[in-house]
Design a protein around this ligand. Structure first.
Ligand code: NAI
Length: 262
């Protein structure tokens, strides 16, 4: 699909870009003209998507600092670094009454630590002293879960609220340090990716809805636009926030949820 937004000459690194929302974001950024680096744990899947869009793949575990350093170095070598999308995330459903500490730790590691390290290394690379050095854009992927109370996603929602807050602080620090990096986040509504479909199944298994279909219907019922989100809905928002059309948008959380979280 041709894009009216022109990102030619920009390099974008997308975490979790091997599938789901991240894959859609990678495809849309490439369609807008950016050079895209997919950074994920899933090497074969990520490399296949990168090959299809004429981009690059780099192995990245977002929870690991050394892994971040080498992924960002690799991205910069492709021609610079202008856009970092911190999209990688995990969701483990549980009612709080049954919550397992290890599940919370895993979500904190990937969703919170992974995003914080992504911002850190984006700042270091894109700031005036960094190897890319031209400023740029960071887009974090939070969730509608950061803005509503939905049962069985308490731990996940807490991590996404943390992503929302670190976004604001990062935008402020970037300004104070003169890094020239805008930092925003999006709150996607439910999209039937592997994670989204898994969540609907979990809701049924936990007895909160009779079937996964009823869980989906429950979400749609709460959504003024009357449907689930699509991968393209999220990708379009990311391309917009990455573009010069959003050049005075900084430190915001943008709901992309059909109104569910209002
Ligand atoms: P998904 O499970 O389909 O894909 C997640 C991707 O992240 C996978 O490619 C996986 O390999 C990668 N990943 C996981 N841990 C990683 C790590 N430690 N290092 C590097 N990569 C890692 O999930 P989906 O649905 O595409 O979600 C993407 C983002 O959107 C997540 O942050 C999720 O929390 C958020 N989100 C998703 C919603 C949905 O309904 N699908 C709704 C709201 C937010």
């Amino acid at each position: 699909m041709a894009s009216s937004i022109d990102l030619a000459g920009r390099t974008a690194l997308v975490t979790g870009g091997a599938q789901g929302l991240g894959e859609g974001m990678a495809r849309a950024l490439a369609a807008a003209g950016a050079t895209v680096v997919i950074a994920d744990l899933r090497d074969d899947q990520g490399a296949a998507v990168a090959a299809e869009i004429g981009g690059h793949f780099v192995h990245l575990d977002v929870t690991n600092e050394l892994s971040w350093k080498s992924a960002v170095d690799a991205a910069v070598q492709t021609g610079g670094l202008d856009i970092v999308v911190n999209n990688a995330g995990i969701e483990i459903s549980s009612l709080i009454i049954n919550i397992e500490p290890e599940d919370i730790r895993r979500m904190l590691e990937v969703n919170v630590l992974g995003t914080v390290l992504g911002i850190k290394h984006a700042f270091r690379a894109m700031g005036p002293e960094g190897p890319a050095g031209k400023g740029g854009v960071v887009i974090n992927v939070a969730s509608v879960a950061a803005t509503i109370a939905f049962p069985a996603i308490g731990g996940y929602s807490a991590t996404k609220s943390a992503v929302d807050r670190i976004t604001r602080v990062a935008a402020m620090e970037s300004g104070k340090l003169g890094l020239g990096v805008r930092v925003n986040c999006i709150y996607p509504g439910l999209v039937p990716t592997e994670m989204g479909a898994g969540l609907a199944n979990d809701m049924a298994e936990l007895g909160l809805f009779p079937t996964p279909g009823d869980a989906v219907a429950g979400v749609v019922e709460l959504t003024p636009s009357g449907r689930l989100g699509t991968v393209e809905d999220m990708a379009d928002a990311v391309v917009f926030l990455a573009s010069d059309q959003a050049k005075f948008i900084n430190g915001v959380g943008l709901p992309v949820d059909g109104g569910m979280g209002m």
